[in-house]
Each structure stands twice: as C-alpha cells, then as structure tokens.
Design a protein around this ligand. Sequence first.
Ligand code: SAM
Length: 222
Amino acid sequence: MAYKFIDNYREKGARKKLVSLLRDVKKIEDAGVLAAIGKVPRHYFFDETFWSQAYNDIAFPIGEGQTISQPYTVAYQTQLLSIKQGDRVLEIGTGSGYQTCILLELKAEVYTIERQETLYKRAKLFLSKMGYKAHFFLGDGSKGLSEHGPFDKILVTAGAPFVPEILLKQLKVGGTLVIPVGDEKNQKMIAIFRINETDYDRIELDTFRFVPLVGEQAWGSL
Ligand code: SAM
C-alpha cells in the first residue's frame, strides 16, 4: 500500500464533521479523546483510493482479514480508559496503528502488540514516519506483556471469549482494563478496575462486534 501524507481542506473538514458526529450524536464526552480524533489524520491509514471513506464512522479492511476499528469504537474504548499523561498503556491488537496514535496524542506511553507480522511491521514503520513513538511488539497479546508490566491501562481491541486472568495480574492497583468479551459475533464491552492486590470492580457496557482475539488465552493458538 502506498501512503501519502497530504492533509488538505477536504480531509480536515471531513475530520471535523466526524468529531461533531461523535460528540453530538454518539455522545462521546471526553474532550481530550475528541481532540485526538480531530488531530490524527485517519485517511493516512487508507490507500488513497479509499480516502473518501476514511471519515465515515465505519470499520474498514486493512488486509490480513483485519480492520481499522470504527472511530466511535476507538473513542468509546479510549474514553473508558481515562488516559492521563504518562500512563503506561498496553494495547493488544495494534492493527493499523490508528488507535495507538490516539493514545499517543493523549500523552500515554504506549506498548502495543500485534500477532500478524505484516501488520506489526507496517504499523511500526508507518507510525515512525508520522513522527509517533510507541513500543511495538510481535506476539500473542492474549498473554499480555509481563516483562514490561504492570500497566496503568490495558486496552484489548479484538473480541475475547473471556477475560484472561493473566491480564488482570499485569494491571496496576488503580488501573483499568477495557476488553470486549463475548462470542465470535457480538461482544459486551467490559471495564475492569483494580481496587487493590486482590479485588477488582467490573462493569458491563454496550454491545460491539470485533474481529476475534486469537491466542493462548483467547480463541485458540495463533
Ligand atoms: N486498534 C486497531 C486499529 O486502530 O487499527 C484495530 C485492531 S483490529 C480490530 C484487531 C487486531 O487484533 C488485529 O490486527 C488482529 O490481528 C489483532 N489480534 C488478534 N489476536 C491477537 C493477539 N492474541 N495478540 C495480538 N494481536 C491480536
């Protein structure tokens, strides 16, 4: 895929409209999240042929049978995380790297892991060309990244059959895990808050549709 870093009035205007939609219709309230979506050129993650679709509120294929998440989903998950400057965030499922950029715009330190080598390589190269700095890993994110934990926030961007115990252990006390859990078709967004060494609070939210989290602690081996 050939990338072009051209952000002209048409794309800027479409991005503004997307932010208005997320704020006024989809009721995303976090000003930082809306500002980040207003800043990151989502069309850069698309082949130029599809730029006209980049600011529609839809998921879109990025190859390898995977998708760049719908902007509403990115905003929804990020809002739930309440990112603070300097938070150490583990993102499971780098995909295109768009969500990574949103976390970086919120001044998080991002550790992101992807199981598909092509996507991992592409996102790593592409984000560095855009001037974003994250820590990229290739591997099975369903097991987390214990050697770099614990994390203030953990974000899973693929649908899991259950909450992997191992991820809970990699969360700092006071930290938040956001993970869609369900079957292969629909998942409920779950937010888990670590209260202390042994206790966690859990809330179940809206229904979404993600590509599956494939891995040892998910839908089988890679
Ligand atoms: N956040 C991404 C974006 O903004 O483009 C969208 C991610 S896409 C919906 C889900 C990603 O999770 C896919 O790229 C898929 O390959 C990846 N994935 C699935 N299982 C995984 C695992 N066990 N470890 C790491 N990545 C995984």
